[in-house]
Structures are given as C-alpha cells and as structure tokens.
Design a protein around this ligand. Structure first.
Ligand SMILES: C[S@@+](CC[C@H](N)C(=O)[O-])C[C@H]1O[C@@H](n2cnc3c(N)ncnc32)[C@H](O)[C@@H]1O
Length: 252
C-alpha cells in the first residue's frame, strides 16, 4: 500500500475544495487526451448504456468541468450539469459557452432536487460521481426524485471489488471490503499523476445495489468495461481485472 493513501473523515467543504483545486488539471488532462479511461472506457460505456434513452431533459450529476455534458450536448434537447465545485462549474460554463440548451449550477444534487420540480428529467448521467459522494443514499434519493417514471439513470463508478487492489490498499489494516471507508489518495490517471489529494469512498457492491433499490431504481444493465484492443498498449498492459462498473437503472 502506498503511504499516501489512507482512511480519513471529510466534510462537504473539504470535498468541494479538492475538486476546485483539481478542476483546471482535469480540464487540461481530458482536453489533451491524457485521460484514456475517460475517453476509451467510461464515455463509450455511457454511450452504450444510453443508446435507447430519452435525451429530452438530461441531468449530469456531479458534472465536473463539463466533458460529459459536452459529449451529449448535441443529442440532448436540454441538459443541466450540477456540481458542488465552483471552479468546475465555471470551466463547464466556459466549455459550453453559447449553447442555449446547456445550463450549469454550483450546488449539490441534493440542493438542486429541493429547488427543482420533481420528475423534471428524462435521463440522469453520473460519470464517476457516486464514489465521491459522502452520503450515497441522499444523492440517489435526490436523483430518483428528479427523474420521471421510466427514465434511465446511467452511472459509472470505480469497481468496488477491484479498485482497492488496483490502487494497492487492499492489504492495508484499515481496509475491510464490507465497510464504507472514506479514502484519501493522490489523484492519478494512467498517464498523469498529480500531487493533489482527492477523496473517494469505498463501498461494497451490495451497498450500491441495495441503495438503488431502496430509492426506487430497477437495475437493468451492468457493464464491466475494458479498453478496446486499439488502445495504447502501455495503458492496456496491466488491465487484468475490471477497474470500473457502468450501470443503467430505470426509475420505477
Ligand atoms: C470524479 S469527479 C467526476 C466529474 C465528472 N462527472 C467527469 O466525468 O469528469 C466527481 C464530481 O462529483 C462532484 N460531487 C460530489 N458529490 C456531489 C454532490 N452531492 N452533488 C453534486 N456534485 C457532487 C465533485 O465535486 C466532482 O466534481
């Protein structure tokens, strides 16, 4: 286990600050094509799972600097991105400047759900957001409230069964698969590591599934996406197990 990875306690304000700090770096990494996981694995998985979704009113949950919203902006009639990081929202607004049907709000999805009419959205997408949320159930309840009956909720997360071994903390004394553990670690993607701390929450797979069911989602499709064969061999080399999960649910 790397010394710099450890269990911690975090407040929402601390999480906001972390994503504010990393926002310009994410902006550069993704625009320069350095985030292979995003470009070759996560985004294609979301595209596959939303092939039959209704793009009339789309919610991007934890939209970050706006790349997912941008990717779907031509398909969507109306798209809203929500994130607690002010800096991320500013960059997302800049990215989609001039697009009259894309709107970004700096607030938690829980706050947004309180301020918005229920059942306003036909599709919600959350790319790598759920494992950064400190309160999974409250986030899911808010997403469920915002979706119409029959709407899709498509999300990706770090794979709860394999991420700890991929990042090398599965053998740590403090790690127990069946517990919810807030983990602090330096942010890294395959081709770029930066000296900035971010936080993710390890949760057992069963917690994700039971929370989804509790708030009224039916799990419809599950992918464990791998990079396609034409991906940079250096990136594929250590991909022996899935790193991510991509799931489509339907709002009851
Ligand atoms: C790993 S980043 C992913 C960003 C973006 N979805 C992407 O694909 O690049 C997770 C994001 O979720 C946001 N986030 C965490 N909890 C949230 C909440 N309760 N409501 C809204 N945004 C949240 C963070 O601020 C962060 O920008």
């Amino acid at each position: 286990m790397t010394e710099s990875i450890r269990p911690t306690h975090k407040s929402r304000v601390e999480i906001e600050r972390e994503w504010d700090t990393i926002a310009p770096i994410r902006d550069t990494q993704i625009s320069q094509g350095k985030d292979i996981s995003f470009l070759k694995v996560l985004l294609p998985a979301i595209e596959k799972l939303t092939i039959n979704s209704n793009f009339s009113h789309v919610l991007d949950v934890g939209c970050g600097v706006g790349f997912v919203a941008e990717a779907f902006s031509t398909k969507a009639n109306y798209i809203v991105g929500v994130d607690i990081s002010k800096r991320s929202i500013e960059l997302a607004q800049k990215r989609l400047y001039g697009s009259r049907h894309a709107h970004f709000y700096c607030r938690s999805v829980e706050e947004f759900a309180q301020q918005t009419a229920p059942h306003s959205f036909s599709l919600a997408i959350a790319n790598m957001t759920l494992m950064t949320a400190l309160d999974l159930l409250s986030l899911l309840r808010s997403v469920a409230r915002l979706l119409r009956a029959g709407a899709h909720f498509v999300f990706t997360i770090i794979h709860p069964c394999f991420w700890s071994s991929y990042w090398g903390y599965d053998a740590a004394d403090w790690f127990h698969y069946n517990q919810e553990i807030v983990v602090e670690a330096p942010f890294k993607i395959s081709f770029d590591a930066v000296d900035i701390v971010t936080t993710h929450v390890h949760r057992p797979l069963s917690q994700y599934f039971s929370s989804l069911i509790e708030v009224g989602f039916i799990i419809e499709a599950v992918l464990e996406p791998f990079p396609p064969p034409d991906t940079d061999p250096e990136y594929i080399r250590n991909w022996k197990q899935p790193r991510f999960l991509a799931i489509r649910c339907v709002r009851e």
